[in-house]
Design a protein around this ligand. Structure first.
Ligand SMILES: *Cc1c(COP(=O)(O)O)cnc(C)c1O
Length: 321
């Protein structure tokens, strides 16, 4: 598919998001008030945390005069769908390096195809060199290729969640906890830095529910994100709260779930009309519930940050009983 030029007069430099995202009280659970922040409704490209992150990457790509975007992700990647949509909207070529075959399914993959992504498929241990080779080939062809790390990882991704934390703070509700699905650590690092920059007297505990990684790997990635951000901004090191990355609520890893997670997904849909998915957001929501029960927490004000994944909601809708 050939990219078209945008009509003149269209501002390609700034992607319109819908910020701040809605935040409201959702339910009581075991004596705790659960509020939700709808980052699934960030606006462009079907929303989610990848939309916040990608908006900042695309601002930089525009500043640098990029003609082409290169990124990495799986067939089910929310990140790839968002990047593909933004690239297409701005008339930029988009190349996705992936280890999944061209035929791999899911709504995110369908959307990527619709946006005209060129997939470069490689083995798991060849990702880095394939990305390098793709960038080189584009450079030699006279393109200005801009690389966006998988998942929207990196200081710009972190920055977008410093800004999200600011929205939470500005809404003025003194939460005891913020829960969310934590993957590569960018979202969590951003929230933690946003909090550290404010030096509030009473700050919520920021609890990432692991959707994949074990404690050691998860905490390591968050630490790296915190340090990478601080290096990039040459700032005085912000003293952040201890990293709380909860990996022991589920005895299984990425892309796996149990009946309890599907039951919660169904309940959120039926009672609140809220779309979640078993890979990220329903897993994290159910994780929050299990954590509150396990730790015997009562009378707390909790914020659940809904990180998106609408296409995966539709992927898995048929699995609900
Ligand atoms: C990518 C993703 C996450 C994890 O975000 P990180 O910043 O990588 O921790 C959580 N939820 C959804 C829906 C995602 O797509």
């Amino acid at each position: 598919m050939k990219n078209q030029k945008l009509p003149s007069g269209t501002s390609a430099s700034k992607i319109a998001l819908c910020l701040p995202t809605p935040q409201y009280e959702l339910e009581y659970f075991q004596g705790n008030g659960i509020f939700i922040k709808r980052d699934d409704l960030t606006g462009a490209a079907l929303g989610g945390n990848k939309t916040r992150k990608a908006a900042l990457f695309f601002e930089e790509a525009h500043r640098l005069g990029a003609t082409c975007i290169v990124t990495y992700g799986s067939a089910h990647s929310n990140h790839c769908r968002v990047v593909a949509n933004f690239a297409r909207a701005q008339g930029l070529q988009c190349i996705v390096v992936t280890t999944d075959p061209e035929s791999a399914g899911g709504n995110n993959r369908t959307l990527c195809r619709h946006f005209g992504v060129r997939f470069v498929i490689c083995a798991q241990d060849k990702v880095k060199e394939t990305l390098d080779a793709s960038m080189d080939a584009l450079y030699r062809a006279g393109e200005r290729a801009y690389f966006i790390p998988g998942g929207g990882h990196g200081p710009l991704g972190t920055q977008s969640y410093i800004e999200a934390y600011e929205e939470i703070r500005a809404a003025g509700i003194p939460f005891d906890f913020i829960f969310f699905a934590s993957g590569t650590g960018t979202t969590q690092a951003g929230l933690m830095l946003g909090q550290a920059m404010n030096a509030e007297k009473t700050a919520p505990r920021i609890l990432g529910i692991s959707i994949a990684r074990n404690q050691e790997r998860g905490v390591g990635a968050i630490k790296e994100s915190l340090e990478a951000y601080q290096r990039t901004h040459h700032g005085a090191l912000q003293q952040t709260a201890p990293i709380e990355f909860i990996d022991d609520l589920f005895p299984f890893g990425y892309g796996q779930w149990d009946e309890g997670i599907l039951k919660t997904m169904d309940e959120l849909l039926v009672r609140h009309g809220l779309p979640t998915d078993p890979v990220y957001t329903a897993k994290a929501y159910e994780g929050m519930r299990r954590y509150l029960i396990r730790e015997r927490i009562q009378g707390a004000r909790c914020l659940f940050l809904h990180t998106g994944s609408t296409p995966l909601f539709f992927d898995h809708l048929g699995e609900l009983r």
